[in-house]
Design a protein around this ligand. Structure first.
Ligand SMILES: O=P(O)(O)OC[C@H]1O[C@@](CO)(OP(=O)(O)O)[C@@H](O)[C@@H]1O
Length: 448
């Protein structure tokens, strides 16, 4: 049975056309949108014109971006033409739903050209301008850019900054901002200094408004997100899934150690603790000296009729279901319960709120943590339900402009393994392999 999502119900295809001077966080916003939509199973892709341009001019200096440099102008035009061409093919051949055209698109003439191509191909263009006059913000973006962009690889940082400022000045000469009067017929969003002030014009579809709402919740203040499963539970010891049992002795030890453990990682930062409504997460959080909130949406994946059984019992009682789950764990929905896809959908408000917040510690469950981790680390859907998230381990995420940094800290308190690999009903088997893949995913190169 096809799974209906917002996108295929409306049969809508959107091109988000970024607009903004260099160092205004366009790539950051583009990549966040792609990651968010992909996590929600909405097929999306970013077309970054800079990487096309680098194929024709690998290491250009600031003069390259001077509008009167005809030779360079040609290369830049070729780059955007190729990017748009590939984007149209992607819509047509791969059933793409949301494409992001990540470029400065700084003149009205260029935007008109993109608009025309979109209209000819029945694609809805939505212009998204990131406008910024906050000097600190711009300087922070420049610092990020020069350390992460291939344009400045190996270049002295001061030389890179001076060159980049000159590049911006070149763009400023021709830049035309989106204008409520002149551009009133376009669908557009104009964000000023991230989301300090936002102008929304003619945003009409549900999917467009979801994208707008998401970007309005983004911030780039430094912060951490800590993730932990509850301490080892009685059910974990008995190899049973689901339920609402208390912690084991070792689980209680983890709960006692957690305040010190968190303090070592968080210092004296104030943070808020989010737990599920289940006893095992509440008991784990009981000694933490921070504000605590319970979220029903953080409850463990509902195993329906299998709740309270061991994997061996499930294999015996529902052999076909057991096999079906191994074959497609993301889509498999327990009889009377949930699938991983269902969990992702109910976690969406949690992700939205997490984007708004600063320092948060989430104490929740194996399946839920896999879904949250997958969002931050861009883990492909089919892999995420097979990740190993061990008990008694604190994961610290540090979202940065172009990567999420991960630190895993193990508490020195033993716990059973609850990891069930493919093709077995025995917990603990193949966990080492899954652990390795989690470490590989923690490599920033695979995240945004
Ligand atoms: O999707 P799988 O790999 O079965 O993992 C989810 C299972 O993890 C468990 C432990 O086995 O979570 P929890 O840590 O909250 O107890 C089960 O309750 C839950 O059904």
């Amino acid at each position: 049975m096809p799974v209906y999502t917002v996108s295929n119900v409306q049969n809508l295809r959107i091109c988000v056309v970024m607009v903004g001077l260099p160092a205004r966080g366009k790539s950051f916003i583009s990549q966040k949108i792609v990651r968010y939509l992909s996590w929600l199973s909405i097929k999306s892709k970013c077309f970054n014109v800079g990487s096309y341009r680098r194929q024709g001019a690998p290491r250009p200096s600031a003069e390259f971006f001077d509008a009167s440099n005809e030779e360079a102008y040609k290369i830049r035009e070729q780059a955007v033409t190729q990017a748009v061409h590939d984007m149209m093919n992607w819509f047509a051949d791969e059933e793409g739903v949301v494409a992001i055209l990540d470029a400065t698109n700084s003149t009205r003439e260029r935007r008109k050209w993109v608009l025309k191509l979109c209209r000819e191909n029945s694609i809805e263009p939505m212009f998204l301008e990131s406008w910024c006059d906050d000097k600190d913000l711009i300087l922070r973006n420049i610092a990020d850019f020069k350390t992460s962009s291939p344009d400045y690889e190996g270049v002295d940082p001061d030389v890179a900054t001076a060159d980049f400022l000159e590049r911006i000045a070149n763009y400023e000469q021709v830049y035309q901002t989106l204008d409520a009067a002149e551009d009133r017929d376009l669908t557009f969003v104009r964000m000023m200094n991230i989301a300090q002030q936002v102008i929304i014009n003619k945003v009409e579809t549900y999917l467009e408004s979801r994208i707008v709402f998401y970007v309005m919740n983004l911030h780039i203040k430094p912060r951490y997100i800590w993730l932990s499963r509850h301490g080892e539970s009685i059910y974990n010891l008995e190899k049973k899934i689901g339920g609402d049992s208390s912690l084991s002795q070792r689980g209680l030890q983890y709960a006692e150690k957690l305040p010190e453990f968190v303090r070592e990682s968080a210092g004296d930062r104030d943070l808020t603790v989010w737990t599920s409504t289940l006893i095992r997460t509440q008991e784990t959080a009981q000694h933490l000296p921070y504000k605590q909130l319970q979220w029903k949406a953080l409850d463990e994946l509902d195993a329906g009729v299998c709740d309270g059984m061991t994997y061996e019992e499930i294999e015996e009682t529902f052999p076909e279901d057991f096999k079906a789950r191994d074959e497609d764990k993301y889509e498999y929905r327990y009889r009377g319960g949930e699938s991983y896809r269902d969990v992702v959908i109910r976690l969406e408000p949690i992700i939205m709120e997490l984007e708004r917040q600063e320092n948060i510690l989430i104490i929740t469950h194996q399946a839920v943590l896999r879904c949250i981790y997958a969002y931050f680390m861009n883990v492909p859907q089919e892999e995420s339900p097979w990740m190993s998230i061990p008990l008694h381990t604190l994961i610290r995420l540090e979202p940065r402009a172009y990567a999420t940094h991960v630190t895993k800290i193990k508490a020195n308190i033993p716990a059973v393994s609850t990891y069930k690999g493919r093709g077995t009903s025995q917990v603990g088997e193949n966990e080492a392999i899954a652990n390795k893949s989690l470490d590989a995913l923690a490599n920033p190169a695979t995240s945004d």
